[in-house]
Ligand binder design. Sequence first.
Ligand code: FE2
Length: 347
Amino acid sequence: MMIYERIATGGCQSYLLGCSETCAAVVIDPEISQVNRYLGLAARDGLRIRYLIDTHTHADHFSGTRQLAHQLGVPVVMHRESPAPYVDMRLDDGDLILVGELRIQAIHTPGHTRDSMCLLTEDRLFTGDTLLIGATGRTDLPTGDPEALYDSLFQHILRLDPSLKVHPAHDYKEQRHSTIAQELAGNPRLQKQDRAAFVEMMRSLNLTMPTHITEALRSNMSGGKTVAQMLSEAAATVPFMSLDELKGRVEAAEEDLIVLDVRERDAYEQGHIPRARLLPRGQLELRVNDDLPDPTRRILSYCEFGRISTLATATLREMGYRRAVALDGGMKAWRDANYPLKSGSAP
Ligand SMILES: [Fe+2]
């Protein structure tokens, strides 16, 4: 018996599959913001995740395979054409992955990307972005190839058992799943069964670029971190102070508190929190010895929106300022609340 969970992140679909006999499990196309959800679902269902599979190099979402692999100590699996250096197990067409009693077969289906594969297990086919419900993956992103997609679809996938359930990596219409037979009958992109007509149709789709494509490709192809990851990792290591709390402490002229404006000089001079000192984030490490000689002081950092100050506070903590805190919010929120401002140059 297969345990099946579908996890949606916007239009992106990921799947947790488990073997009920052995409690081994696999996650297909995990998304980075859902890492805790996969772990929670696996724990709830009594499953242990053994493999993390990406069906292809995603250009439209941030893969969570590396974070899960790091936490769980299990391999990241992709097709051998994947450019990502962090892949632990590279598959060839036809290879099987054993997940307890489950057999998951990789079918190489280039077209959407060169490293695309579909995953076949029991009565289900996880199609990545090769075959979507009522559509196909696009072929205009890096390594996409409409001729290859035609072959992958018409020579391989669509010749499989028509009753197979189709589970794509994208589904914007909440259709959940379909079957090969239903797609053959009703998918508008599959009605052009002639190669040249199919290729021509794919080349003339003129789709808009996915959001975050540059960052997604950078992170998914290199294993590097996203901006959101850098911020959430920093935020996890620092405490915050609320706007109201800070206002009260500034008004009480609390002696012990150093308020640090980590924006650039011109922003500081246009208006800053009373008593704040200027120490731009870019100069932080090189100026702390002169500007902040006492590491036991309580230091609150703020910036315009609360992101740069989170990074600055994490850096201060790393450097031994154990009472460094970041403002929960930033100058924008402070101004919007009509809290007191001071302008002019730094003392
Ligand atoms: Fe994709």
